[in-house]
Design a protein around this ligand. Structure first.
Ligand SMILES: NC(=O)c1ccc[n+]([C@@H]2O[C@H](COP(=O)([O-])OP(=O)(O)OC[C@H]3O[C@@H](n4cnc5c(N)ncnc54)[C@H](OP(=O)(O)O)[C@@H]3O)[C@@H](O)[C@H]2O)c1
Length: 309
């Protein structure tokens, strides 16, 4: 399967209060169409994104499209599964039903809650089948992902990908050696929240905060003033390369050897993602961005996460 350089994330489509006011389905249709027209056909979702809402919206857009024209990346979220012995099978089959698909292209264990039970169940579910997707783990540290890899191996399956929070202001997956491990062992590292849910786009600042009644507003609004030195550098580079500031963190994540998943809610953001995929930052500009970001000393580890160090 050929993966594009950027995946698109549909968490905000779940309308679960993380991003702010609900986004109506009809506003997302042009976003989906613009992405597909531009070759961005890898969609990342989860049942947890609005308890099936994100998957349902995506399903409506996928209807009637040739199966090989899109790539679906979905997740098993342990906290959403029931308590019965066949909870894994029930959940994965419910997700396929919501999406109207026979198979996934990429399937993840969303986090380590209850580990290693769910990776074992994933392995047992797919062992010996001919419709095995790329299998991945998310929010796993190095020891946890190696354990998952070993369990899959016992069932003749391969761990193909890791999906963790990774941005200019959250590089713990890099500093803990996960990025190197992925590169050395042929695993694709998917970086999520490279834009810190909009906080690294220069669209928001202390005078223009994120929606107050949103989880991201509660997280990032208190650090928008501290981000000013990074905003100044992002704007300087945007000017130098003739791009938008929001494209710089995405281009940085690609240059670091990762596959960023960018959350999109507007057609212009799809266009920015396309341009970011074609933007090459110089080594000096990459280093300076990291120096400034590291110097801010911000902690953006979210409630469902841990530091990977
Ligand atoms: N595995 C996990 O545990 C996990 C956790 C988090 C995310 N993810 C995945 O990663 C994806 C990305 O994360 P995310 O959506 O939370 O955050 P993100 O990609 O860092 O930020 C997305 C938000 O930034 C804004 N944005 C995007 N492009 C922009 C542009 N060009 N200019 C200005 N603003 C722009 C949009 O919000 P506004 O327009 O509203 O400002 C958008 O909703 C998710 O959708 C999900 O698929 C996975």
């Amino acid at each position: 399967m050929k993966l594009p350089e950027i995946a698109l994330g549909a968490w905000a489509w779940g309308n679960d209060g993380i991003f702010g006011p609900d986004i109506p389905e009809k506003a997302l249709r042009p976003v989906f169409d613009a992405a597909m027209e531009n070759g961005l056909n890898l969609w990342d979702t989860a049942f947890a994104y609005g308890m099936g809402t994100s998957e349902k919206i995506l399903a409506g857009f996928l209807k009637g499209l040739p199966r090989d024209s899109f790539i679906i990346s979905d997740k098993f979220t342990p906290q959403c599964a029931g308590r019965l012995p066949d909870a894994f099978t029930e959940m994965i089959e419910l997700q396929l039903e919501i999406l109207g698909l026979d198979s996934f292209d990429i399937y993840w264990i969303h986090n380590v809650w209850g580990a290693p039970r769910w990776i074992k169940e994933l392995a047992e579910y797919y062992e010996g089948r001919d419709d095995v997707p790329l299998l991945g783990v998310s929010n796993h540290n190095l020891a946890e992902l190696k354990q998952a890899e070993a369990i899959l191996g016992e069932h003749g399956l391969k761990l193909s990908a890791v999906q963790n929070h990774y941005s200019l202001i959250n590089r713990s997956s890099e500093k803990s050696g996960i990025l190197d491990y992925c590169r050395e062992n042929g695993l694709t590292f998917f970086s999520y929240m490279v834009l810190e849910q909009g906080a690294l786009t220069c669209r928001y600042d202390a005078a223009h905060p994120m929606p107050e009644r949103s989880e991201r507003g509660r997280t990032y609004n208190r650090m928008l003033d501290k981000l000013e030195p990074l905003y100044a550098q992002l704007k300087k580079l945007a000017n130098k390369y003739g791009v938008k500031a929001a494209q710089i963190p995405v281009a940085w994540a690609i240059a670091k050897g990762t596959l960023p998943i960018v959350g999109v809610t507007k057609t212009g953001q799809v266009e920015d993602a396309v341009r970011a995929a074609n933007l090459t930052l110089s080594a000096e500009d990459m280093a300076e961005l990291e120096r400034i970001a590291d110097g801010l000393g911000l902690n953006t580890v979210r409630v469902w996460e841990k530091t990977m160090l």
